[in-house]
Design a protein around this ligand. Structure first.
Ligand code: GDP
Ligand code: IMO
Ligand code: MG
Length: 431
């Protein structure tokens, strides 16, 4: 049982890319298990910032096997361009270090057009065709990665689906671009097939074989716990399951295969897109954190909404995912504030609620109750992290230590690391 999952504990963009990049150095195999190019995972190495939508964040570590499992939806154009971008930066991706499950679904041009014409604007989706692709998967009409292997079958499947989707688009109010023709989609996907079919694999079977050789397997989640299709703030969620249990379903391994799970927690909260956000800040503090933390969507560039840390959310995230530890990121962004607040619980009328309510009506009326902390000054964070190698948490300013210890006590969870900057060496590992 050598599996570890890394999941976002909030609304996504917690800094999973950075943490997965580090943990990948201690793993043999990295498996991306959900979402598609709605995700944007950032890894900063020296002066170069890499932004990945689909490739596992393990690709920056040498001699690792990176896998994309069945629950991921793949836009081949985006995947090819990501591989090409890395190639230009000197990182070679080939079937030796990347495998893609035969069962992963393909995002097709009609998914993107259909999304533009539906209710997705209300949700504030990334408009990448993610929802419509998962809809087709559930409806059993989708195309899968395996369909890229045989030209004849790809042609037939695209033809059938194109005709159905064209009728649907004509029926809706969508604007159909002139290049949306069977011939052009077919030639586009035949070209993708030539480039990508060599990556096809059976992830489940690979993972069982890695396990028998006692290899260490890291499962990389996309999005965050409260964007999960079951447990998030429905309907303002994504179309896949983001919680830890989803890794087993997507990768084709039994739940017992995954022995540990860790959460990535931003030292405050952010959210892109619409939906309830109990601790959201609408003042200059929110603005300050957005600017300092460069809180603009990695995928869409949209300004992220900002709020204080929300402990009821995190208590629920710990229960849903069974975190053995959490990685707290972006602590440095809070530096310079005179006061830092944390929502410790909610009040619903006279009732005190310590976890995220399941009933959406309760969530709407929940009023966060805050505890205040004294702020801390900006530091030379690289030096703090360097000192943290020996002094651990005590390398941090005193008020920051109080903040971290309070979170640890309230959540009753181990703190695995505290990140104080985007770069690889700006982090203190605590065990
Ligand atoms: P992900 O989707 O969870 O991988 O997160 P994103 O990459 O979308 O957003 C996290 C952003 O924060 C990226 O720009 C990271 O480079 C950056 N980041 C990660 N950790 C830290 C940190 O500790 N401090 C600061 N200032 N930035 C960080
Ligand atoms: P990473 O992996 C933040 C949000 C969208 C929208 C909702 C549904 O980088 O943390 P979708 O396009 O998935 O149908 O949009 O989910 N969303 C994310 N927010 N980080 C992400 O990924 C996200 N992926 C989707 O903004 O509110
Ligand atoms: Mg992101």
């Amino acid at each position: 049982m050598a599996g570890l999952t890394i999941i976002g504990a909030q609304f996504g963009d917690e800094g999973k890319g950075k943490i997965v990049d580090y943990l990948a150095s201690k793993s043999d195999v990295i498996v991306r298990f959900n979402g598609g190019n709605n995700a944007g995972h950032t890894v900063k190495i020296g002066k170069t910032t890499y932004k990945q939508n689909l490739l596992p964040s393990g690709v920056f570590q040498k001699n690792k096997r990176n896998l994309i499992s069945s629950g991921v939806v793949i836009n081949p154009k985006v995947l090819i361009s990501e591989i090409e971008t890395l190639r230009l930066l000197g990182i070679a991706i080939s079937p030796k270090n990347l495998g893609i499950d035969l069962r992963a679904h393909l995002i097709m041009p009609w998914h993107i057009l259909l999304e533009g014409s539906e209710n997705s604007k209300k949700i504030g989706t990334t408009q990448r065709g993610i929802g419509p692709c998962y809809e087709d998967k559930a409806a059993r009409t989708g195309l899968r990665f395996e369909d890229l292997i045989l030209e004849d079958s790809l042609t037939l499947k695209i033809k059938n689906e194109y005709e159905r989707k064209l009728r649907l688009l004509q029926f809706s109010s969508a604007i159909i671009p002139s290049e949306f023709s069977f011939a052009s989609i077919l030639s586009e996907y035949l070209a993708y097939s030539k480039i990508l079919k060599g990556y096809a694999t059976d992830v489940s079977s690979e993972l069982h074989s890695f396990q028998s050789k006692k290899k260490k397997i890291l499962f990389e989640g996309a999005q965050g716990t409260f964007l999960d299709n079951n447990f998030g703030t429905y309907p303002f969620v994504t179309s896949s399951n983001c919680i830890c249990a989803s890794a087993a379903v997507s990768a084709g391994v039994p739940p017992s295969f995954i022995s540990s799970s860790q959460g990535v927690v931003k030292a405050y909260t952010s959210r892109v897109g619409n939906g309830i956000f109990p601790t959201e800040l609408h003042d200059e503090i929110g603005e300050k954190l957005r600017t300092k933390g460069a809180e603009f969507g990695t995928t869409t560039g949209r300004a992220r909404r900002i709020g204080w840390l929300d402990l009821p959310m995190l208590r629920s995230a710990i229960k849903l995912n069974g975190f053995d530890g959490i990685h707290i990121t972006k602590l440095d962004v809070l530096a310079g504030l005179s006061e830092i607040k944390v929502a410790t619980h909610y009040k619903i009328g006279k009732k005190t609620i310590t976890e995220f309510p399941a009933y959406s009506q309760d969530l709407k009326t929940a009023v966060p109750v805050y505890e205040s902390f004294k702020g801390f000054e900006d530091q030379d964070w690289k030096k703090v992290a360097k000192d943290g190698k020996t002094k651990k948490l005590s390398a941090l300013p005193k008020n920051a230590i109080d903040y971290i210890n309070f979170i640890k006590r309230e959540l009753n969870v181990a703190i695995s690391s505290v990140s104080v900057g985007p770069e690889r060496d700006e982090i203190i590992f605590l065990g």
